[in-house]
Design a protein around this ligand. Structure first.
Ligand code: GLU
Length: 400
C-alpha cells in the first residue's frame, strides 16, 4: 500500500509477538497448544507490587507524570543500580519508559542519522535489527556461534567497527541463548572499545535476576567502567518482577542522552503509566524475595526442560546460564521426513511441524539470526514443560 512509509515497509512484525498471536488464534480455533514462544513470566506479579498499584489508583496517582518518569521512581532506580549493580547514577541519569523496548527504540531514534551503523551480535533478540532499520540505521550483524558460547569476541567486535559505528548492543543474560558474559569477557570487549571512543554501548540487562549454576550477572558498566560516559543501561520491571503488562523500563546513562530520550517521549507517549510507575517503585525498592524466588523456580524449570528435550532425537541442547530460554540446535532434524511426507528443510519447517503435528509452539532460530536452532521459553509451568517436551520427543521419534 503506497500510503505506508518505506520505513515501515522495511520491517516485519515482532516474531515473538506474532508467535504469541498465532498461539492465541490456534487456541481460539479449539487447538490444544503448548506454548513455549513468548518470553513472559507465568508467575504472579508480587502482592506488594499489586498493592502499590491499587494504592496509587486510590490516591489519585492517575495523572500525567514528567516525561522522564516520577522523581520517586528515578530515585528508586538510582538506588537499585547502586544496590544490585554497584553503580553510581543520579536520578538525573535515569529515564523511565513504557518497557525496556520503548527505551531502546527511543534511544536509537534520538541518536541515529541515516546510514549510522549499530553492531548487533547474533543470535540477537528479534527486535534489535528492525528497531535500527526503522530508525534509518544499518544493523551490522556479527554472526556468533555455539562454539564461542554464543558470545561476541573481541576480534569479531574489532572487525565490525567502522567510522560509522554508533552503537554496540550487548545483552547479558542473553535472549535467546542464555549466555552470560563474565567480567573478563566484558573487559576483553572493553579493550577494543577503548580504541574506538566514538562507539557507544547499549547494555540490555533485562534478565539480570535470572542466572544459574553459579553464573553471575555483571553489568557492562561494572565490568568496563571506562564506558560509563558512553553507555546506556537498559533494564526494567517486566521480567524480574513478572510485570510485563505494566510496561515499565528504564535507561540509565549520560544526562544528555537520557534527556534526549525524555524529549522524544514527551512527543510520543508523554510519560509511562503513572500507576505502573508507582508499582515499579515498590518492585525496585521493596522486598526482593520475588525475583529471588523466581530465579530459583526458573533454574529448576530450565534444567527440567534441558533434560527432557535432550531426549529428543535430533535436538542438541546446552544448559542455559541465564535468562529463561533454551536455544537448542535442530541440525539433526534437518533433511528428515515427517509422517505426512514433508521434508524439514529449515528450523522454520521444524517450528511448523511441531506446531501443526504436536501442538507445541516454539520460535525458529532464523528469527534470531542463527539457524538451525529453536528458541523455547521455560518461563512456564513444570506441567507445561513436561507435556510440551513429551510431545516434541514423540514428534522427533516418528521422523525418518
Ligand atoms: N522479550 C520477550 C521475548 O523475547 C517478550 C516479547 C518481545 O517483546 O519480544 O519473547
Amino acid at each position: 500500500m503506497d500510503f505506508l512509509s518505506d520505513r515501515i515497509n522495511r520491517i516485519k512484525p515482532s516474531p515473538s509477538m506474532a508467535a504469541k498471536a498465532l498461539v492465541e488464534k490456534l487456541r481460539a480455533e479449539g487447538r490444544d497448544i503448548v506454548d513455549f514462544t513468548i518470553g513472559e513470566p507465568d508467575l504472579k506479579t508480587p502482592d506488594n507490587v499489586v498493592e502499590a498499584a491499587i494504592a496509587a489508583l486510590r490516591n489519585g496517582e492517575t495523572k500525567y507524570t514528567g516525561s522522564n518518569g516520577t522523581p520517586r521512581l528515578r530515585k528508586a532506580i538510582a538506588e537499585k543500580l547502586a544496590r544490585d549493580n554497584q553503580l553510581t547514577y543520579a536520578p538525573e541519569n535515569v529515564v523511565v519508559g513504557s518497557g525496556g523496548k520503548h527505551i531502546i527504540f527511543h534511544a536509537l531514534a534520538v541518536t541515529l542519522n541515516p546510514g549510522d551503523e549499530v553492531i548487533v551480535h547474533a543470535p540477537y533478540w528479534v527486535s534489535y535489527p528492525d528497531m535500527v532499520v526503522v530508525n534509518e540505521g544499518v544493523p551490522v550483524i556479527v554472526q556468533g556461534s555455539e562454539a564461542e558460547g554464543f558470545k561476541l569476541t573481541a576480534a569479531a567486535l574489532e572487525a565490525a567497527i567502522t567510522p560509522r559505528t554508533k552503537w554496540l548492543i550487548l545483552n547479558s543474560p542473553n535472549n535467546p541463548t542464555g549466555a552470560v558474559y563474565t567480567a573478563e569477557e566484558f573487559a576483553a570487549l572493553g579493550e577494543v572499545l577503548q580504541k574506538h571512543p566514538h562507539v557507544w554501548v547499549m547494555s540490555d540487562e533485562i534478565y539480570e535476576h535470572f542466572v544459574y549454576d553459579g553464573a553471575q550477572h555483571v553489568s557492562a558498566v561494572q565490568a568496563i567502567p571506562a564506558i560509563a560516559e558512553r553507555c546506556l543501561i537498559v533494564n526494567g520491571a517486566s521480567k524480574g518482577y513478572s510485570m510485563t503488562g505494566f510496561r515499565v523500563g528504564f535507561g540509565a546513562g549520560p544526562v544528555t542522552l537520557v534527556n534526549a530520550i525524555a524529549k522524544l517521549i514527551s512527543q510520543t507517549t508523554t510519560c509511562p503509566s503513572s500507576i505502573s510507575q508507582a508499582a515499579a517503585i515498590e518492585a525496585f525498592s521493596g522486598s526482593q524475595d520475588a525475583p529471588r524466588a523466581a530465579a530459583r523456580s526458573y533454574a529448576a524449570r530450565g534444567k527440567l526442560m534441558a533434560e527432557l528435550l535432550g531426549k529428543a532425537k535430533g535436538i542438541a541442547v546446552h544448559a542455559p546460564r541465564g535468562a529463561f530460554y533454551l536455544y537448542p540446535s535442530v541440525a539433526g532434524l534437518i533433511g528428515k521426513t515427517t509422517p505426512a511426507g514433508d521434508v524439514l528443510a529449515s528450523d522454520l519447517d521444524v517450528v511448523r511441524y511441531f506446531t501443526e503435528t504436536a501442538g507445541v509452539a516454539t520460535l525458529d532460530g532464523s528469527a534470531y539470526g542463527v539457524s538451525p536452532y529453536l528458541r523455547l521459553s521455560f518461563a512456564t509451568s513444570e506441567q507445561t514443560i513436561l507435556e510440551g517436551c513429551r510431545r516434541i520427543v514423540e514428534a522427533c521419534a516418528v521422523l525418518t
